[in-house]
Design a protein. Structure first.
Length: 335
């Protein structure tokens, strides 16, 4: 007889999940993951898009820490995650590889065939890392063949984005809040509907009433990479940018008083760098916040590393960004 497993005691849910539905948790942010350990030869899961017009969402399936396998979740269905495994202990992770703008997913449980044995969930890392960003952090187009590919959900792979690589390097549990085109005070093209500081407060970012409890998960370090979209147009007000940035830093610092906050920018647009540097220097001096830092990624080297969709970083560039961020956090935090 098949057993269905969905409980938080048996599964590691990492990221922001809404558990209010009796049918199963709903999630949207990049990198949200669901992990289980079991003994057996196969495992299935029930998954589906919350909105039927959002039928091009993708997850990665990671078996026993091997290379991720992409899986398109285009309808509510029972998906085979693995079969033909040796009948021994295994760990399976479902991780959202596409970003929140592609839509929400609902998880309705793992299914283990008769004869399988549920094991305690994998051990969680002791370190916790939060990254707040835009399309760069989301991994937009990092598996595209080139600039002309534009945005295709199948070519966005959070597993190989700089934040996820960094978290694996540092053995840190990762929460990502990133949405393409979003900025601090204005979005790409100067649009000012909803910016990232507001979305950061949400469990499900497409729902204005979906509030995330900032005290439910306390990161050791917070990395911010926002400004590329604010500075995507000629009409820029640096004062408004710094004001919005200061407000976000205030929210982060009041919520996580002991966290190290690293303000970054790049590699697509380095114009915001001096304004971030000025703000960080001001807060370090005026507020005495020595747990606040800044660094800029170098401009992407297209000749050496190639280019992703719509001029976004390639996987090679994400790897080099991860190397720099890993080194920076290790130096600052002795990780």
């Amino acid at each position: 007889m098949t057993q269905t497993i969905i409980g938080q005691e048996q599964i590691n849910y990492t990221g922001r999940f809404d558990f209010s539905s009796p049918d199963g948790p709903i999630f949207a942010w990049s990198g949200c993951s669901i992990a289980i350990s079991f003994q057996g030869s196969e495992i299935h899961a029930r998954l589906g898009p919350v909105s039927h017009d959002m039928d091009d969402n993708w997850v990665n399936i990671v078996i026993d820490d091997q290379e991720p396998v992409p899986l398109r979740i285009h309808r509510t269905d029972r998906y085979v995650l693995a079969s033909g495994l040796t009948n021994e202990a295994h760990t399976v992770v479902i991780a959202k590889r596409t970003e929140a703008l592609v839509g929400e997913l609902q998880f309705m449980g793992f299914e283990l065939p008769a004869g399988s044995e549920l094991l305690p969930p994998p051990a969680r890392p002791h370190r916790k890392l939060q990254i707040i960003g835009d399309s760069i952090t989301a991994g937009y187009g990092n598996e595209a063949a080139g600039i002309e590919d534009g945005f295709k959900p199948s070519q966005e792979n959070q597993y190989w984005a700089y934040g996820s690589i960094t978290a694996r390097n540092l053995n840190a549990e990762l929460h990502i809040t990133a949405w393409s085109g979003k900025g601090m005070y204005q979005n790409y093209g100067g649009e000012r509907d909803v910016q990232m500081p507001e979305l950061f407060l949400r469990t499900l970012p497409s729902r204005a009433d979906s509030a995330w409890d900032l005290q439910s998960w306390i990161p050791d370090a917070v990395v911010i990479n926002l400004g590329t979209n604010d500075f995507s147009v000629e009409t820029i007000d640096p004062a408004l940018y710094q004001h919005a940035y200061r407000e976000l830093l205030g929210t982060v610092r009041s919520s996580y008083p002991n966290a190290y906050i690293l303000c970054t920018i790049g590699p697509m647009n380095l114009k915001p760098a001096p304004y971030i540097q000025e703000l960080v220097n001001e807060l370090r001096q005026a507020a005495g916040d020595d747990q606040l830092g800044f660094f800029a990624y170098p401009e992407q080297d297209i000749e050496a590393n190639g280019i992703g969709g719509d001029w976004h970083p390639s996987r090679k560039t994400h790897a080099s960004m991860a190397e720099l961020l890993t080194r920076e956090l290790r130096d600052r935090l002795s990780w």
